[in-house]
Design a protein around this ligand. Structure first.
Ligand SMILES: Nc1ncnc2c1ncn2[C@@H]1O[C@H](COP(=O)(O)OP(=O)(O)OP(=O)(O)O)[C@@H](O)[C@H]1O
Length: 572
C-alpha cells in the first residue's frame, strides 16, 4: 500500500480476514442461544412425560449445540487474535515505511514522545477496532435479525418486543452513555498523552535534571500528570459502572416484559405452554451478546482519534520527488542561488548560496556559528528540501532524485553522530553490509585509531550502548570518521569531524583522513581553523550568504570574518 489511506481504508484492511472470525463468533452465540432454547424445551416437555421418541431430536440438538458452541468459540478466538495481530504488524510496518522517508524534515513539528506514542499506543488502540467495535456490532446485528425472524414465526408481538429492547440496549443506551462520558474520556486521553510525553522528556533529560537539580521538580510534574490520569479514569470508570447497572436492569425488564406478553399469549392459546420458558430464556441469553455494545461508541471514537493521529503523521507531504528519468552522469555538485528556510514565514537560513564542488576537489565551508553550514549539509543529503534555487548533482536537480539515490553518493560525519545500541563492529558494518572485520581493522590502523578501539573492554565486540553513550566524545568521533570512510562513497561530507578531540589528536586524525580521502570529493564544514591551508578552496558563509571564497593565503589578509576565525584560535 503506497498512498495514505483514510479511516475507511484502514477499516477495509482488516475486513476480509476478520469477517470470517466475526461470523464464527455469531455462530458461537447462536449455538449458545440454541442450546438454552433446546435444553429448556427438553426439560419443560419432559415434565409432561411424552414418549421418548418425541424427545430424541431435542437430545441430539442439545449435544450438537453444546459441542458447536465450544468449537465455534475456540475457532473465533483463534482466528480473531491471529488476524488482529497480523493486521497490527502490517499496520506498524506500513506506518514505519511511510515514516522513514519523512524524517527529519517533515517530522520536526512532532515531538519524539508524540511519535513514539503514535507508533506504539495509537496503532495498538486500533486493535479495539475489531475486538471491541466491529465484532460485537456484527454479532449483535446478526443475532438480532435471526432471533427476530425466529420469534416472528411463533409470535410477532414477542418479536417486536425483542427488537425494541435490542435497539434500546444496543443503540440508545450506548449512545446516551457515550454522550455522558465523552468529556471524561477526552480528559483521560489528554492526561495519558501528557503523562507519556512527560515520561519521555524525563527519560531523555535525566542527565540535565541531575546536573541542574531538577529531579524533584520533574517527579512532581510526573506525579501531577499521574493524578490527572487517575482522576479522569476514576470518573469515567464510575460512569461506566452506572451504565452497566442500568443496562443490566433493562435486560431484566426485557425478560419480565417478554414473560408477561408470553403468559397472555399462552392464555389466549396463541402460544404453546412450553414456549413460556423457552422463548424468554432464549432472548435473555441472546441479550448477553449486547453487553460489549455499551463501550462500542467509546472504542469507536478512540480508534478514530488514533487513526487521525497516525494519518496526521504519515500524510505530511513527503520529500519524495516526482518520477524523474535524470541519472547523474558524474558527481559534479553545483549550487545556484540556493535559498532555504525551515518555516514558511521564517527567515532565510540560506540566502542565494552559490559554489561548485567538482569531483576530487576539497572545499571547506567556514563561518560563524549559525551561519547555515549544517543546514547546507542537510540539503545536500536531501534530509530537507530547499525552496528556491538549485543544487545539481551530475547535471540532475537534486530535488528530482530519490533520497536513497542521493544518499548513495555521500558519506557523512554529522555534527551529532548517531550510534545504535550494538557493538563497535556492528555499528561500523552499517557503512557497508557484509564487510569483513579484517578490512575494518586495516582502515582503522591506517587512520591510527586501531589502538584506541582495541583498548575498549572487548575491542571491536564492545557493546557501546544507546547512542554510543558508553564511548567518550573522542571515541565516538573516531568511530564516525571510520564509518564514513568505510562507506566508499565518492563525496565525503564532514561536519566538525574532529570535535571532541584534543588539538593534537584532531590534527593527526584529520591529516590521515585527508590521505585516505585522496581522490574523493570532500566538503569540510567547520568553524575551527583545522588544516584549512590544505583545502583547494574555502567558502566563507555568514548569515546564509557566501561572503568570500578563495585559498587560505588569499582570504587571510582580505576577509575579516575568516581572519577573525583564526584570531579566535590564536593562530593569525
Ligand atoms: N530544525 C530547525 N528548525 C528551525 N531552525 C533551525 C533548525 N536547525 C537550525 N536552525 C536555525 O538555522 C540557522 C543555521 O543553523 P545551522 O545549524 O545550519 O548553523 P551552523 O552554521 O551549522 O552553526 P554551527 O557552526 O554552530 O553548527 C540557525 O539560526 C539555527 O537556529
Amino acid at each position: 500500500m503506497n498512498s495514505a489511506p483514510d479511516f475507511k481504508a484502514i477499516l477495509k484492511l482488516c475486513l476480509p480476514e476478520l469477517a470470517l472470525a466475526a461470523f464464527l463468533g455469531f455462530l458461537a452465540v447462536a449455538s449458545n442461544v440454541g442450546l438454552i432454547g433446546t435444553a429448556t424445551w427438553l426439560i419443560a416437555t419432559a415434565a409432561l412425560h411424552p414418549p421418548f421418541g418425541d424427545l430424541f431430536l431435542a437430545t441430539v440438538a442439545v449435544r450438537f449445540f453444546g459441542v458447536a458452541r465450544a468449537i465455534f468459540r475456540y475457532a473465533e478466538r483463534y482466528l480473531a487474535h491471529d488476524a488482529t495481530f497480523r493486521w497490527l504488524a502490517r499496520l506498524r510496518s506500513w506506518f514505519y515505511a511511510r515514516l522513514e522517508p519523512l524524517a527529519p524534515a517533515v517530522l520536526h513539528p512532532f515531538s519524539s514522545a508524540g511519535l513514539l506514542s503514535t507508533l506504539v499506543n495509537d496503532v495498538q488502540a486500533l486493535e479495539n477496532l475489531y475486538l471491541r467495535v466491529l465484532a460485537p456490532g456484527w454479532i449483535a446485528l446478526g443475532m438480532a435479525l435471526s432471533l427476530f425472524a425466529f420469534l416472528f414465526c411463533f409470535a410477532p408481538l414477542l418479536a417486536w418486543l425483542f427488537l425494541f429492547f435490542a435497539l434500546l440496549l444496543g443503540a440508545v443506551l450506548p449512545i446516551f452513555f457515550h454522550l455522558l462520558t465523552r468529556r471524561r474520556s477526552a480528559e483521560e486521553s489528554w492526561a495519558r498523552n501528557g503523562l507519556t510525553t512527560t515520561l519521555v522528556e524525563v527519560a531523555e533529560g535525566l542527565r540535565e535534571a541531575l546536573v541542574f537539580d531538577l529531579v524533584a521538580r520533574m517527579e512532581r510534574k510526573v506525579a501531577a500528570w499521574r493524578r490527572k490520569l487517575n482522576r479522569a479514569r476514576y470518573r469515567r470508570g464510575g460512569l461506566e459502572i452506572w451504565a452497566e447497572v442500568v443496562s443490566d436492569l433493562f435486560s431484566r425488564l426485557a425478560l419480565v416484559s417478554l414473560l408477561v406478553v408470553a403468559v397472555v399469549l399462552v392464555q389466549r392459546g396463541a402460544l404453546p405452554g412450553v414456549a413460556l420458558a423457552v422463548l424468554p430464556l432464549m432472548v435473555l441469553t441472546a441479550l448477553e451478546a449486547w453487553g460489549p455494545l455499551l463501550l462500542v461508541p467509546r472504542h469507536y471514537r478512540e480508534s478514530r482519534e488514533a487513526t487521525a493521529r497516525i494519518l496526521e503523521v504519515i500524510s505530511a507531504p513527503s520529500p519524495s520527488p516526482s518520477a524523474s528519468s535524470c541519472r547523474p552522469d558524474d558527481i559534479y555538485l553545483r549550487l545556484e542561488n540556493l535559498r532555504f528556510r525551515y518555516l514558511p514565514e521564517g527567515p532565510w537560513v540560506l540566502d542565494g548560496v552559490e559554489f561548485d564542488l567538482p569531483p576530487g576537489r576539497k572545499v571547506a565551508l567556514v563561518g560563524p556559528s549559525g551561519a547555515g553550514k549544517s543546514t547546507l549539509l542537510n540539503l545536500l543529503l536531501r534530509l530537507w528540501d530547499y525552496q528556491e534555487g538549485h543544487i545539481y548533482l551530475g547535471g540532475c536537480e537534486l530535488r528530482s532524485l530519490p533520497p536513497e539515490e542521493v544518499q548513495r553518493w555521500f558519506a557523512v560525519v554529522p555534527q551529532q553522530v548517531y550510534f545504535f545500541n550494538a557493538t563497535v563492529r556492528e555499528n561500523l558494518a552499517l557503512a557497508r553490509p557484509g564487510i569483513e572485520l579484517a578490512e575494518i581493522e586495516r582502515l582503522a590502523r591506517e587512520l591510527g585509531i586501531h589502538r584506541h578501539l582495541l583498548s575498549l573492554p572487548q575491542g571491536f565486540e564492545t557493546p557501546i550502548g544507546d547512542r554510543g553513550f558508553m564511548l567518550s566524545g573522542g571515541e565516538r568521533q573516531r568511530l564516525a570518521i571510520l564509518r564514513a570512510l568505510l562507506k566508499n562513497a565518492p563525496i565525503l561530507l564532514l561536519d566538525e569531524p574532529t570535535a571532541g578531540l584534543d588539538p593534537v589528536s584532531a590534527r593527526d586524525l584529520f591529516y590521515r583522513l585527508l590521505e585516505k580521502a585522496e581522490g574523493r570529493t570532500l566538503l569540510l564544514i567547520t568553524h575551527r581553523p583545522l588544516a584549512l591551508e590544505l583545502m583547494d578552496e574555502i567558502v566563507v558563509l555568514d548569515r546564509g550568504r557566501v561572503v568570500d571564497r578563495g585559498k587560505h593565503c588569499e582570504l587571510l589578509p582580505r576577509c575579516s570574518i575568516y581572519r577573525h576565525l583564526w584570531e579566535r584560535h590564536g593562530l593569525a
